[in-house]
Design a protein around this ligand. Structure first.
Ligand code: 8DG
Ligand code: MG
Ligand code: MG
Length: 154
């Protein structure tokens, strides 16, 4: 029998003072076409922090600092029937050597259409603009309103 898996989604903030974080449109996997955070599966023996740093480096080339746990959610996907416990982490992007803010690179173009910066309020508006959110983000809003309130007013 299939078992729940652990996914790690990361709010990568542009800097400590900036409420913009990275989102991307998924491609080539379940939730294709939906807007999601960068992240991936927790590897065997890995810490949440190491998983967040590894996935963000692999997917965007960005190095992280101040990696912190936000919350966890539970999602049974309506489309695929997959079941994930999502660990939501937050972190700040380390600026480029010249001091310019970090910019995500599309390092896995087979898995993601493009990256962009987004605020939590803008993310909530995504469904009204004809796009869908990846289901764990709906779980976050439904299951963890306290955390969402914090993300809305950083
Ligand atoms: P990996 O197999 O290389 O570890 O992962 P990936 O290639 O980066 O796949 P992914 O789809 O980005 O992430 C793996 C699973 O993690 C995904 O299918 C479902 C789960 N997941 C959540 N929440 C989130 C999230 O917020 N963002 C991402 N990217 N994945 C998430 O449960
Ligand atoms: Mg990955
Ligand atoms: Mg991923």
């Amino acid at each position: 029998m299939a078992e729940p898996r652990v996914g790690v989604g990361v709010f990568v903030f542009r800097s400590a003072e900036d409420g913009h974080f990275i989102v991307g449109e998924r491609k080539g996997s379940h939730g294709a076409g939906t807007i999601a955070l960068p992240g991936g599966h927790l590897d065997f023996g890995e810490s949440f922090e190491d998983c967040a740093a590894r996935e963000i480096k692999e997917e965007t080339g960005i190095d992280l600092e101040n990696i912190r746990f936000l919350t966890a959610t539970n999602t049974v996907f309506g489309d695929s029937g997959k079941h994930y416990v999502t660990i939501f982490m937050a972190a700040n992007a380390i600026a480029q050597p010249e001091g310019e803010p970090a910019e995500p690179k599309l390092l896995e173009p087979d898995k993601c259409e493009s990256w962009s910066w987004c605020t939590f309020d803008e993310m909530k508006e995504v469904p009204t603009h004809g796009k869908k959110l990846f289901q764990p983000l709906h779980s976050l809003m439904e299951q963890r309103p306290d955390v969402c309130a914090m993300l809305e007013a950083p």
